[in-house]
Design a protein around this ligand. Sequence first.
Ligand code: RIB
Ligand code: CA
Length: 313
Amino acid sequence: MPRKIIIDTDPGVDDTMAIFFALKSTALDVIGLTTIFGNVHTNLASTNAVRLMEIAGTPQIPVATGVANPLTRAFGGPVPFVHGDDGQGNIHLPPPQGKPIEQSAPEFIIEQIMSHPGEITLVPVGPLTNIAMALRLEPRITENVHEVVIMGGNALVPGNASPAAEANIRNDPEAADLVFGAPWPVTMVGLDVTHKVHMAPQHLDHYKTINNALAQHVARIVPHYRNYFESSFDMEGIYVHDSSAIAYVLDPTLFKTEQWPLRVETEGFSRGKTWPSIGKRTRPDWENRPLVNVCVEVDSPRLIDMEIAAMEA
Ligand code: RIB
Ligand code: CA
């Protein structure tokens, strides 16, 4: 049976690649998208998500709109220099035909997990505010979810949104500290591995040769995103963030993991840093925290081959 997943997303160019990767993977059943601020404002994330379902030919997959701001502060704003003003590489497509469902993202997450005990894998690839809200509204989702696989965080490497912190966590550190501290099975697919998954120009150019609407859309939106990486880092191509979380769900053997309790910095210039407590000594602020399955190494070539093979299928 395909594995049921909900993707909580701020599409976003790499979100789009991850969503299409999941849709093209027969081992997965995407039962819904929930949207959040981050790369764009939440309402635009929903518009983009609905349009992506139409482009993919799966307009029946529901999109539930999430909250507009982090738990304790106003949203700091989108990142058009990375994903475009439209969150789709500035190709400015017309609005979609459909619209999101009435149910909110936290309510959708709760209803799906509680009505399919043990079956749903939650894949957040944006800030964790919806997930934290769902936990607050219905703590029993911790006992009924199959697994939570998060793209976000940075355990042993520098951040990307700041020298200290990764973007999804920095956008709502309080939510992240709640999510990493809840008693449920969580895997963190952070910069420790996504900054080692490098999609080179030849991989990106290959999308243009894949004859389906999903790959062709990716080929249209990726140039703006690629330009950000090539003008910001000494590299060619892009790092693969959100698709790495989908790859973990499909094949955890792509990764080496460590199990550490995590805390998230919520104050000062390191706000958003995910701090593991490594070693046997108990540390007061990490006491009674659950172990998080933290990805620390990855087989990048095999992951990229898997994503491209899925897009070609
Ligand atoms: O730090 C990378 C993460 O931030 C990805 O999820 C990307 O889409 C942005 O949301
Ligand atoms: Ca994202």
